[in-house]
Write a protein that binds this ligand. Structure first.
Ligand code: HEM
Length: 403
């Protein structure tokens, strides 16, 4: 029997992945499917299965730890310049994953991140100062993206003035994260970013500063902690994961609030609900739709299905976060929801390194918007809004608002 096609670029799916996943969760929660380029992948959509896959040590990131030589040989070849998508912590297993994560984890602890609060607040205020008199803005381009890009650029120590260039590169790079094929545009973007980062590394070797790049360059020079390719992979993953995700939390979160005026009114009336609202917006919008690829390192039983060793697995965060077996009325936005153990940041050893930062940025972004623009409303009809076609992340193309 031929396998069903999973096409993450199908316009119907891009417009409403929830409907697609609800069907899958009910009828085939452990589904073997084929991608448009012929690769076979397992899709997990139930909360319990997704959570288990995130913590199962037999679900590994590096195919060399799971696949037979024949399976490895059948994988599509990827150009050498895409190697940074494989040398970063998100694509590695212990002990390399542990070593890489440890090098930067201190900078992202809740305590360290809390110290950034005044700076994140100042960035949010400056972005709104720039549009306040106009009475309208495109939330995506003028707020949701520039806020986290500025924060992560400053943490890393790369010039914020280059943020439009990062965005252009990362847009292209996201289209080539495996299992997607590496297109010439994505390869050019990866090469452009790598060359750019190399320039920043050189600067910090000459003139160290108080930033993450300086720390990483010094770790690379120490010899045994970080190779040259890993240095590139690290800077790349922090930069791209540091804003593509949070920008979509802010954009989709603002839209969700504007589409649920009763929830928005509640939040306006009681700003102490903000932390719980951010958790609910993370669950409801799932800025990262699917995890990065995992490979079964052994035959793994999921329910009554066996995923054979060496096969690719995608855990679908969006589907888990809307699973009625875990969340009562999962399609309802309820900013007071308790017991909200969503999987928007993943789970287990690869649990999002930037979660405390993303939460802080979300709180400040929503809080500042509501406080400063009290009559915020959509600038266009909801039905005209479109979503960026993307394999792994879900975000709006634009979000015009008036105030
Ligand atoms: C709302 C915003 C964010 C969301 C929804 C999100 C989501 C995720 C998810 C789902 C994973 C796990 C993927 C997997 O296991 O396959 C992850 C990992 C990661 N995230 Fe985030 N993320 C966000 C913000 C950030 C920020 C601000 C940073 C800052 C640098 C960041 C850096 C990372 C890194 C480095 C990893 C890899 C961790 C590891 O492999 O150990 N993320 N994120």
């Amino acid at each position: 029997m031929s396998l069903p096609l999973f096409n993450p670029f199908d316009p119907q799916y891009v417009a409403d992945p929830h409907a697609y996943y609800a069907r899958l969760r009910q009828t085939a929660p452990v589904q073997r499917a084929v991608l448009p380029d012929g690769q076979v992948v397992w899709l997990l959509t139930r909360y319990d299965d997704v959570e288990a896959a995130f913590t199962d040590p037999r679900m590994v990131k590096d195919p060399r730890n799971a696949c037979s030589p024949e399976q490895l040989a059948r994988m599509p070849a990827r150009p050498q310049s895409t190697r940074y998508t494989r040398t970063n912590m998100l694509s590695r297993d212990a002990p390399d994953h542990t070593r890489l994560r440890r090098l930067v984890s201190k900078a992202f602890t809740p305590r360290m991140v809390e110290q950034l609060r005044p700076r994140v607040q100042a960035i949010a205020d400056a972005l709104l100062d720039a549009v306040a008199a106009r009475g309208e803005m495109n939330v995506i381009d003028e707020y949701a993206f520039p806020l986290p890009i500025t924060v992560i650029a400053e943490m890393l120590g790369v010039p914020v003035a280059d943020r439009d260039q990062f965005r252009e590169w990362s847009d292209a790079i996201l289209t080539a994260i495996p299992p997607q094929p590496a297109t010439p545009v994505a390869v050019a973007a990866l090469e452009g970013l790598a060359q750019y980062l190399e320039g920043r590394f050189e600067e910090r070797r000459r003139a160290p500063a108080e930033d993450l790049i300086t720390g990483l360059v010094q770790a690379e020079e120490a010899g045994d902690k970080l190779s040259k390719d890993e240095l590139q992979g690290m800077a790349y993953v922090l930069l791209v994961a540091g804003y593509e995700t949070t920008a979509n939390l802010i954009g989709s979160g603002v839209l969700a609030l504007l589409q649920h005026p009763n929830q928005l009114a509640k939040l306006w009336a009681d700003p102490t609900l903000m932390p719980s609202a951010v958790e609910e917006l993370l669950r409801f919008t799932s800025p990262v739709k699917t995890s990065t690829l995992r490979y079964a390192a052994a035959d793994v039983s999921v329910g009554d299905v066996v995923i054979p060793k060496g096969e690719m697995v995608l855990v679908i965060i969006t589907a888990a976060n809307r699973d009625p077996a875990r969340f009562p009325s999962p399609d309802t936005l309820d900013i007071t929801r308790s017991d909200n153990k969503h999987l928007a940041f993943g789970h287990g050893v690869h649990y999002c390194l930037g979660a405390p930062l993303a939460r802080l940025e979300g709180e400040i972004a929503f809080g500042t918007l509501l406080r400063r623009l009290p009559d915020l409303r959509l600038g266009v009809a909801s039905e005209t809004l479109t979503w960026r076609p993307s394999f792994g992340v879900r975000g709006l193309e634009r979000l015009p608002v008036r105030f």
